[in-house]
Design a protein around this ligand. Sequence first.
Ligand SMILES: *Cc1c(COP(=O)(O)O)cnc(C)c1O
Length: 367
Amino acid sequence: MLTISKPQIGQAEIRRAVKVLKSGHLAQGEEVRELERAFASYCGTRYAVAVNSGTAAIHAGLYAFGVGEGDEVITSPFSFIASVSPILIQGARVVFADIRESDFCLDPESVDNHVSKNTKVIIPIDLYGRVYDHPAIAAIARKNNLRILEDACQAIGAHIRGRKAGTFGDAAAFSLYATKNITCGEGGVLTTNDRAIADRARMFRNHGQPEGKRYEYVDIGYNYRMTDIQAAIAIEQLKKVDRVNVQRIRNAQLLSTMLGTNEALVVPQVPEGMEHVFHQYTIRLKGPLAARRDGLVKYLHDRGISVGIYYPRPLHLSPVFSRLGYRAGDCPVAERIAGEVVSIPVHPGLTQKDVSYIAESILEYVG
Ligand SMILES: *Cc1c(COP(=O)(O)O)cnc(C)c1O
């Protein structure tokens, strides 16, 4: 089966993890500190704070910004629940703006229309591995004195003319979950240039204790610490990130060359100067073909190709948000696009022959 994702774990990761296992020090320690140094240096931020998931990184970012009851956070409904659940956990209100069909990311015009006097933060999502429309969203944030928390969970290594994902907001969240471009099973990192944000995040991940002040509980926090075992794996993965991303980009180019000429398919368009790292390679099925999506998924599955639908339903139509009064029609673009997208394997474990076979199989079905 050609799967939608495949972790690329080599001997270096295994050796380093085993070394930690034999060292007697398994919890957060020197390996975590080293990962943080390497991660900040890779992204080009002053600070990186490692936690145990991308969700925890988003939560820590919101906490560090001081988001709480009465605050509104604007974000996209076209994402994974982890982009928004920390907003609710902090007692703030989720405000969904619509997305743009050209890049699947937040539509700046819709964001602008949803700003109120209670808005505190915008969470733009670097969906599928491309950077959101940073200049337009940053202008809205500046005008209204808002903070930006970039959800870069899918976008490690993506950049715009050398400026990397993770540097586009006041803080950014990364995930090291097993399906992401690099992984340590579960893990997350918050990046920022702001010392106060980094310090608050460090305190939050460790039960509200400031760094170096054990048993001084300044605030309620969580156990969001990463282990040295995970950090050891992540350090070795980070050394490979550019290599695995180049392979994804090469696979994506081949897919676009083969699929891009078919009228019924919309392939990803990447603007000049942007590096999209293709955490997902997502196409849209146009017109009547969208109604045959389930058939395509089954057709490919029968040919040994597993594809993903990210995401089949916009977040605001999930039961948890229906109960809060969100309705169909709130974000029409996201609602339509959720019925059109298909993500197809693009990971570095595929050969060029696999990629051609995947594209040919899709073209066969589409006709
Ligand atoms: C994976 C992901 C998360 C959550 O990361 P976890 O490490 O699974 O907690 C959040 N947002 C987006 C967009 C993601 O893809």
